[in-house]
Design a protein around this ligand. Structure first.
Ligand code: ADP
Ligand code: MG
Length: 327
């Protein structure tokens, strides 16, 4: 039962943004280096994601949409070793049960592309030939068309798109080596090229978070006791109060964690503060076996094996960087 609780994802499909998150994570799991996201009407009308990953072989196409058919987790030990972003094997099944879904793919090394469709609970088992380069395209139309109750909870087109854009933003901040395109109602929102060096990473940051942030940010890159912390820290003296410009990644996943938030807040408060919100884009890297990312199904919380060590490391390093430039 514990295992069941831990992986009982339940609400994977809450709104268009959650669909986009699951689909993009699948694409990244498939090794994609370019992700094209086309959205119509805040994602309610249409979400189309095309990737250049390893694709899905013909025989697995319809399986991919059936619940738990693909769960990578067999035992609790597996749960601890989870490295890929997806692990519950139910995202596609959940999404396809509340939308009209097309899945088209050409798997690496195959000659032909194939396509399956599902509409609500009904799946057309027919796998038809299609035209597609290596990779996969997943199209989700009319989200919640068959679940009016959930449809009622959707907000305006603009609000839904904002949530969705935030999902793309976070992933773009966690994978600089991947190109991201995002368009809404045929208008281009992002065209982020894959980058490999600091300068271009900062260009991407400027696009995603505003030039002001990056022009007034300190860089940090420190390592100790098996922990590495790198990224950008907005100067409290310069940056305007932007409560939402706080991104913290643990081994590549965005987290909202109390321990982390506390350490960062303390570090800022201790130096100079004036009640401003800290702004930062920070990346913590540590041995995956010393952190549990599965505390909550949405995976925004983490549990560190040695919380005190992590807290003190974050606090002391961030504190030092800010203190060094104190006017
Ligand atoms: P999970 O990601 O938890 O395994 P999903 O329902 O999200 O479950 O996806 C089911 C399976 O479909 C994945 O495990 C993967 O094998 C395959 N899949 C989904 N999307 C893609 C994609 N874009 N490229 C390649 N394979 C994919
Ligand atoms: Mg998945």
């Amino acid at each position: 039962p514990r295992l069941a609780n831990q992986i009982a994802a339940g609400e994977v499909v809450e709104r268009p943004a959650s669909v986009v998150k699951e689909l993009l994570e699948n694409s990244l799991d498939a090794g994609a280096t370019q992700l094209d996201v086309d959205i119509e009407q805040g994602g309610v009308r249409r979400i189309k994601i095309r990737d250049n990953g390893h694709g899905i072989v013909k025989d697995d196409l319809s399986l991919a949409m059936s619940r738990h058919a693909t769960s990578k987790i067999v035992t609790l030990d597996d749960l601890e070793a989870v490295q890929t972003l997806g692990f519950r094997g139910e995202a596609l099944a959940s999404i396809s049960s509340v939308s009209r879904m097309h899945l088209t793919s050409k798997a690496v090394g195959e000659d032909e592309a194939w396509r399956v469709e599902a509409e609500g609970k009904e799946m057309t088992t027919a796998v038809r030939p299609a035209s597609h380069p290596e990779g996969a395209t997943i199209e989700v139309r009319d989200l919640f068309f068959n679940t009016p109750a959930r449809r009622k909870f959707l907000r305006t087109e603009k609000t839904e798109f904002n949530h969705l854009q935030e999902v793309v933003k976070r992933l773009a901040l966690s994978r600089y080596d991947v190109g991201f395109r995002l368009s809404h109602n045929s208008k281009q929102v992002y065209d982020l090229r894959p980058v490999t060096d600091q300068l271009h990473a900062e260009h991407r940051l400027g696009t995603l978070l505003g030039k002001k942030f990056i022009e007034n940010a300190l860089t940090i890159d420190v390592e100790a006791a098996g922990l590495r912390l790198w990224g950008w820290i907005g100067l409290p003296t310069f940056s305007r109060s932007q409560a939402d410009l706080q991104y913290f990644f643990v081994n590549g996943r965005v987290v909202r964690d109390k321990l982390v938030a506390h350490a960062v807040r303390q570090a800022y408060r201790d130096v100079l503060y004036n009640g401003r919100h800290p702004t930062f884009v920070l990346y913590l890297e540590l041995d995956p076996s010393t952190v549990d990312v599965n505390v909550h199904p949405t995976k925004h919380e983490v549990r560190f094996r040695d919380g005190r060590l992590v807290h003190d490391f974050l606090f002391s390093r961030i504190h030092k960087v800010i203190a060094d430039v104190r006017p």
